[in-house]
Design a protein around this ligand. Sequence first.
Ligand SMILES: Cc1ncc(COP(=O)(O)O)c(C=O)c1O
Length: 385
Amino acid sequence: MKEKQNPNYVCVHAGQLKDEVYGGATAPIYTSTAYDYRGEGTNLYPRYFNTPNQVALGKKMAALEHTEAGMIFGSGMAAISAVFMAFLKTGDHIILQRALYGGTAHFAAAEFKNLGIEYTMIEHVDQESLSLSLKPNTKMVYIETPSNPLLEITDMALVSAFAKANSLTTAIDNTFASPINQTPADFGIDIILHSATKYLGGHSDICAGTVSCSQEHIESIWKTAKNYGGSLSDQTVWLLERSIKTLALRVKRQSKNAKKIAVSLEKNPNIKKVNYPGLKSHPQHQLAKKQMNAYGGMMSFELKNHIDQTAFLERLEVIFPALSLAGVESTILAPTTTSHSLLTPKEREEQGISDGLLRFSVGIEEPSILIADLENAMKKSRKKK
Ligand SMILES: Cc1ncc(COP(=O)(O)O)c(C=O)c1O
């Protein structure tokens, strides 16, 4: 039935564990870490990612991302590192998009070197740069779209066609878009990752990660992941499953709010630049339109020099300066001192992340309240001449 593919239906019902004993509307939580090993089937154990709540949520993530299988991790980085470790070994090479979440870029710089894994970071992911980076030992291409914090868009169909032609595995960090706004598997991407700490959790109270992909790829990831032990406790798995029930509602509202605010900020004389893929001025707006259902709740912008950034952040009354993103409440941060502080100033400059850049995660509040908060803070933080 077509209605059963509706995102709200999938969010609420896919992979739902039934309460067979009492007939309750919500899933029971199975907290056991010890299960009878004598029966048929696999041995259940939380670190094996196979307890009832973990398996049920894996099915929901597979349904949301249009893949065969899914797995739940203790953080976004646990999921990302498990995928790297499953598909790369000493002597291999990976192509990474340069505009990546700071933690992922730092993982490459800190860990790949120790492990003897080569990597090439490419500025703009196109056919030419991919071909130039390809080596005989290349195994994987890893991208993030929209990127954090500049909201750059990468052409998923192009990456997947290149990878297939060269027998490479593709992985994407789909955190910023969420599966509501973008389903990379439909464009041929193999492995879809999320920091579930963001939109999937959505209430700034869960740290988790997810992987969605084919059953064959999940089996490879599982073999490595169980050794690293990055599983999530069943109580939190349950809470994440509960949160995902409202994912489509939240993300739809956040995307609508963000578009309204981006249009308003672009007209504001105190703003130098707004990065939002839903704006016609975004250099990859047409590509975003092709591969996204809506443009998401994330944007970044730069204040003009006559506004004091520190004072601006202090004068905001509704929008909360906070690390992390994608909660129901609006939050803002300066990437230079937070999410991208692990990069060197040169690396940040190469990525186009200026000290004046602010990353804004739009919540579900009324957009008029958020616009008024931003305008009011700008008015109160003009530098004295
Ligand atoms: C786009 C993106 N990917 C991955 C991560 C890492 O996720 P976690 O902090 O859940 O490990 C983050 C965290 O901010 C992120 O923003």
